[in-house]
Each structure stands twice: as C-alpha cells, then as structure tokens.
Design a protein around this ligand. Structure first.
Ligand SMILES: [Zn+2]
Length: 225
C-alpha cells in the first residue's frame, strides 16, 4: 500500500507490525509515540534493539540467555548445580523464576519433540542435556565418599545421590512425548528423575500459568517412571 508517510516512519511501522501481537494500528501508534518522544528516549530504544544481538548469547551450560559464557543462574554458586529443571523455552525459565522458590538450575531445550513438524532431538538441546548429566554423574563418582555410596546401596535404588532432573516440559502431547523421550535417555544414569505435577492446564504453556499454579506443580512433582 502506497503511503504518504516519510520512508523512515513507514519503515518503523512495518518493523513494528512484524512483531507478534502487534497489528497495523498498534504499529502506527508505537511509531507515532516514538516520533513524539525526546531524542534521548529514541536513542535508548534504538540502543536496546541493536544491543540485543551483540550483548546476549546462549549460556554454554543450560542454553538460557546470558550476557557472558554462563547465564546468571549457572554462575550463581548459591544455586544447586546438581538440580536441573528441563523446560522448553526461555520464557518458562522466566515464569519459574517468578515464583522465587526454585533454587536449582535449568536446561532450555528450545522446543519440544514434534515428529509431524519434523522436530527431532537433533533440533533441540537434548544431547547437550545428556552430556551435562553425564558430566555431573562422573564428578559425583569421584567426590562421593564410600559411606555415601553405601547409603545409596542401602536405599536399594543405586541412585547417584543428589542429582535430580525435573522434567518441566509443557503438558500436552508434545511436552509429554519429550518428557518420555528424555526419561528413556537419562534413565541409564541412575539419577532421580521427576516430572512436574499435573494441574497445569493441558495445552497451556508453562509461561501462561500463574505463579501459584507453577509453585504447586513444582512442589507436587513426582518421580517419573
Ligand atoms: Zn545457564
């Protein structure tokens, strides 16, 4: 559609309308808002956009977003590095962090298995998770005292103590398929594997659930077989 608007304005409107949830009308309003804003505000906005790809990368351990090699959660020595909550998307980390209760770490898969859409384990950060768990069990093996090892034996489970993988993929077909697939891959490591409790709306994404529901799902997690 030909526009009487100056090209830079029209270009900004076009860019805004490509964003999810922004219709043409909202795009116009946003562009006009910026046009009326002081130069410094506009510069701050533009710096925020252009800095996004320069200053942000994926955490080399959990694939969350990070400013450096590790994200803040992986770099935090107060977080239990032996507890890994596996989620589909970065926004799920944001949602779970909002509850303020979880003190472990995460692993972001960047999607869920979906054979119909051609999304297999290679398209997700699945093997990175397996390597991470393997790394943890190896370190455990060398630091564990014989007493602790015997304790694990007495429990009759032979579990590598202290390591837990919480499968927090979304409820619904793809999330469940992914959780079952991960269970199969991780079972040989003899670690505790749990699945967040149901009660989350099926088909609803984790990041849409309210904090109360999320806390309850986390607390009510059960061992997954
Ligand atoms: Zn991380």
């Amino acid at each position: 559609v030909a526009s009487f608007l100056p090209k830079p304005v029209q270009k900004l409107i076009d860019e805004f309308s490509r964003l999810p949830g922004i219709g043409p009308k909202s795009a116009q309003r946003l562009a006009m808002h910026l046009l009326h804003s002081p130069d410094t505000r506009v510069r701050e906005f533009s710096d925020a956009v252009s800095g996004l790809k320069h200053n942000v990368q994926f955490c080399s351990r959990c694939w969350n977003i990070a400013e450096g090699e590790l994200c803040r959660i992986c770099a935090d020595s107060f977080r239990d590095q032996r507890q890994i909550c596996v989620v589909e998307e970065i926004l799920d980390v944001v949602a779970l962090e909002r509850t303020g209760e979880y003190k472990g770490t995460y692993h972001v898969l960047h999607g869920a298995l979906s054979p119909v859409d051609g999304i297999g384990p290679e398209q997700l950060k699945v093997y990175a998770l397996v390597e991470r768990v393997q790394g943890l069990t190896l370190t455990e093996g060398t630091t564990e005292t014989p007493v602790e090892l015997r304790a694990a034996e007495v429990q009759g489970r032979g579990l590598v103590e202290g390591i837990e993988v919480i499968l927090a993929t979304n409820p619904g077909l793809e999330g469940e398929t992914t959780a079952l697939y991960l269970l199969k891959l991780l079972r040989p490591f003899n670690i505790k594997i749990t699945r967040i409790a149901r009660g989350l709306p099926v088909g609803g994404d984790l990041d849409y659930a309210d904090e109360m529901t999320l806390s309850r799902a986390m607390q009510g997690r059960g061992e997954f077989f």
